[in-house]
Design a protein around this ligand. Structure first.
Ligand code: SF4
Ligand code: SF4
Length: 90
């Protein structure tokens, strides 16, 4: 049986140099839950010395971060046409 990591490894991405997700970090300092760190299925959020970082490469376009952000700090869009994740091989 194929596990989740194996399925993720089969995905292909066409990465746009412009991120389709931006974060207002000034709102993150008030955040208690840091939900994005735990809920992003691709693990794209990282906390380094109390500063939040996000890498849009590898985004699964699920919208979980946007929905779960209690501070509404995330500006979320789909990638531009022709860019982003390709699920055909998953
Ligand atoms: S959940 Fe939202 S406000 Fe909290 S750290 Fe993540 S992006 Fe910032
Ligand atoms: S849309 Fe989904 S995969 Fe992309 S950064 Fe947000 S939670 Fe992670």
């Amino acid at each position: 049986m194929v596990n989740v990591q194996e399925k993720l490894n089969r995905l292909r991405f066409k990465i746009d140099k412009n991120s389709h997700i931006s974060i207002d970090k000034s709102k993150c300092v008030k955040c208690q839950s840091r939900a994005c760190l735990f809920l992003c299925p691709a693990g794209l959020f990282l906390l380094l010395e109390a500063e939040l970082f996000h890498n849009h490469e590898g985004c699964l376009e699920c919208g979980t971060c946007y929905i779960s952000c209690e501070q509404k700090a995330i500006n979320w869009n789909y990638p531009r046409g022709g860019f982003g994740v390709c699920f055909r091989q998953s």
